[in-house]
Design a binder for this molecule. Structure first.
Ligand SMILES: C[S@@+](CC[C@H](N)C(=O)[O-])C[C@H]1O[C@@H](n2cnc3c(N)ncnc32)[C@H](O)[C@@H]1O
Length: 242
């Protein structure tokens, strides 16, 4: 159970606002630690205050502040979009509701294994992106090209570092190949990867197809997580072998 913020005993008269979580019977220490971190995370608090569905929203906000790919009028595909924080950001920045009248109106398509509560301005479908012909389905929904393909897809953690790494890389590679099929020239691909070895192959692949490929750890990504993001900009266009 969460305890109210406690007074600092340092004697300096400052209040320690850290929320302490008591270990409850039946709850594992790892869950207690997770809960405590969640309750004290400034991004979690900010997401609540600003109406985002999760702290993940700040990762794409920070990446976009740096690389500026979510522009008004952009056509964006968000793979692994549940619960919808990235979608909320994309809808606003791409102006998919046409709220900024003087700006072009974009389009946002999200897919996820899980059901997602509707978000005004985004088209959302439930789909396992690794199933056969998933890419064909997404292309049909998209009905044209995309300016941005972004993937925050991650399978549930197995607890085995190498297995988790290989799984996320498989999702990433599927997303990258999909991006080669749908991106317009100059388009952007953004994906979450885990440090662990195999991401070098993805880098090589992306470097052949994009002008610039960067590895970024946005401030909102927890420092104790091996997660990072690959941002590939300036898609060179589809080639014959796609
Ligand atoms: C970290 S969450 C994404 C958070 C999201 N960017 C947001 O801002 O709300 C990772 C998502 O990847 C999804 N996912 C994992 N494997 C997938 C697959 N094979 N196909 C589609 N979605 C998948 C999970 O269901 C999960 O919702």
């Amino acid at each position: 159970m969460a305890k109210k913020p406690t007074k600092n005993t340092s004697g300096r008269g400052q209040r320690d606002l850290t929320v302490k979580v008591k270990t409850a019977r039946g709850r594992k220490l790892s869950s207690t630690n997770w809960l405590q971190r969640q309750l004290n995370d400034p991004y979690v608090k900010r997401a609540k205050a600003e109406g985002y569905r999760g702290r993940a929203a700040y990762k794409i906000l920070e990446l976009d502040d740096k690389y500026r790919f979510l522009v008004p009028g952009a056509r964006i595909v968000d793979l692994g979009c549940a619960p919808g924080g990235w979608l909320q950001v994309a809808v606003k920045r791409a102006n998919t509701l046409g709220e900024r009248k003087s700006k072009a109106q974009g389009y946002v398509l999200g897919v996820d294994l899980q059901e997602v509560e509707p978000i005004a301005g985004a088209e959302i479908h439930q789909l396992d992106f690794l199933e056969d012909d998933a890419d064909i389905k997404v292309r049909e929904w998209l009905g044209g090209t995309a300016d941005v393909v972004m993937s925050d897809m991650a399978a549930s953690a197995s607890g085995h570092k190498q297995t988790d790494h290989m799984r996320i890389m498989a999702l990433c590679e599927a997303a990258a190949h999909f991006s080669f099929d749908v991106l317009t020239e100059g388009g952007t691909f953004v994906a979450k990867v885990l440090a662990g070895g195999a991401e070098g192959d993805l880098q090589k692949l992306l470097k052949q197809r994009f002008k610039k490929v960067a590895n970024v750890k946005p401030p909102a990504s927890r420092s104790d997580s091996s997660e990072k993001f690959v941002v590939a900009t300036g898609f060179k266009g589809s080639d014959e072998s796609d």
